[in-house]
Ligand binder design. Sequence first.
Ligand SMILES: Cc1cc2nc3c(=O)[nH]c(=O)nc-3n(C[C@H](O)[C@H](O)[C@H](O)COP(=O)(O)OP(=O)(O)OC[C@H]3O[C@@H](n4cnc5c(N)ncnc54)[C@H](O)[C@@H]3O)c2cc1C
Length: 531
Amino acid sequence: MTPTPIESGAGVSRSALSIEEGVRRRVLVVGNGMAGARFAEELRQRDPGATRFAITVVGEEPHEAYNRVLLSAVVGGTLTPRETRLKPAGWWTARHIDVLTGVQVTGIEPTARTATLEGGAVPGQVLAWDELVLATGSTPFVPTIAGDTGPESGVVAFRTIDDCGRIAEHVRAARHAVVIGGGLLGIEAARGLLRKGVDVTVVHAAGVPMERQMDADGGAVLTRVLHEIGARLLLGRCVVARHADAGTPTVLLDDGTSLPADLVVVSTGVRPRVDLAQRIGLHVDRGIVVDDRLATSVPHVHAVGECSQHRGVVPGLVQPGWDQARVLADVLSGDDTARYEGTNVLTRLKAHDIDLTSMGRIDVDVHDRDHEVLAFTDPRRGRYAKLVLRNDRLVGAILLGVGDAAGPLTQLYDTAAVVPRDRLTLMLGRAVTRSGGPESVNLAEMPGPTVICRCNTVTKSQIVSAHRDGCTTVEAVAESTRATTGCGTCSSAVEGLCAWLATAEPPQPAARAPQRPAQPRPVSASAEGAA
Ligand SMILES: Cc1cc2nc3c(=O)[nH]c(=O)nc-3n(C[C@H](O)[C@H](O)[C@H](O)COP(=O)(O)OP(=O)(O)OC[C@H]3O[C@@H](n4cnc5c(N)ncnc54)[C@H](O)[C@@H]3O)c2cc1C
């Protein structure tokens, strides 16, 4: 059985499997978001017959698990909410994973190992568990704004699929939208709103847009690019009030400026959801503190994703949460060596006409004595590149509008390979081809360990391996390796690899059917490149 006792009801998707109490460990996952759902999937992959673990996922959102990363595309109208679902209908039930949607865990008793639920068929029902996984994510931080700030007055914090619905409702009649916050999500939301034909102003408190991923010079180029695509950017300003009572709704800025604002989208950062953890006395700093085995300060209670804090870092992206999910599934499956040691994150802006990647250390001055900083600025064409080197290795970069150079440079960053002496070649992104030829991405020579899909940490080797297992289309590779199923920015790279493999290694008649998941395995033939 799943955590005991549990009643079926509305919003409960339950497997038909009936297994005796005590035989399986009951794993309760709190949060049906990107990390919680992935953890359940990973654990089930290690126990496909459901003989060792009874898994229940409880999520307060009334939807099946979806890809939050794609929500800006929903705002822009290029994806429907349904298209963001992580798995097709029936997928969880078929794998004997019980999912309770629209149900909140309101209390935990770590000594008795029980959890209290609200919102399901039986209010106040109690579940028993053997292992508890907190994957409660984050909640939007909303600054204090005077006046009319409820969603009904057109002020929406941008975090969930329901927020997209609220934005869509208001955007239909809106002529002017104000996005509060010019970080990654704010810029993506602005891009989505522009696609809807709304006049958009982004109000950002810092002097540089996306200041966590950008320096001042890059920020100036990005500001210009945004102006050129139609977004107005007001930097160093805050919204202090909103008036929606009479005439055109407006927002008031701290310098006294008033802007028309039928719709206000708030994207001013998030805070880890730690309320449950705090109530049961877990060690909480900014997030729920976990060690390298994702254990909290209380036995049998674990945390993954944006609610966690590992080695001082609270993840703000999906890749760390998915890496943690994999490691925790190994830990609970009995792998004594499994450790999470952090994730080398890289940020990409998902706007089709702004090509921006930022990675590693970017806050280094050009005259820094311990680093070498290379920079290229071409504001008229919307291009900016900054490379930060230490001991002849790439340790950070901002790449705006430099197209194909981003791939090879990301590869150098990932592999920590020594960069070529000719720094101009490096800037052009031609550094990692053996031939030094004009192409910036040479698929044959690309090393096997090159990470193609960052969100899922899928390497070129794994894609080559999947191809040899019969996955010859992008869809089959995605099904087998999960590449492209995160933010989707690697889709064209995977497409390129599939096309190249079709020529380099045409499928054999006896090719096996695609399997899930593709296990990384050593590949030594030509298509593997310089692995
Ligand atoms: C618009 C947008 C764009 C983004 N773009 C990117 C991107 O390009 N790249 C990237 O890497 N990341 C991106 N992110 C961030 C990424 O979505 C998050 O890092 C990721 O969703 C974190 O996963 P999580 O499972 O930790 O949290 P969440 O996905 O937030 O899931 C947590 C879930 O737990 C539920 N929950 C909380 N408490 C309880 C409770 N007590 N009982 C039941 N359920 C509970 C919540 O309702 C929520 O559904 C983006 C985020 C947004 C909003």
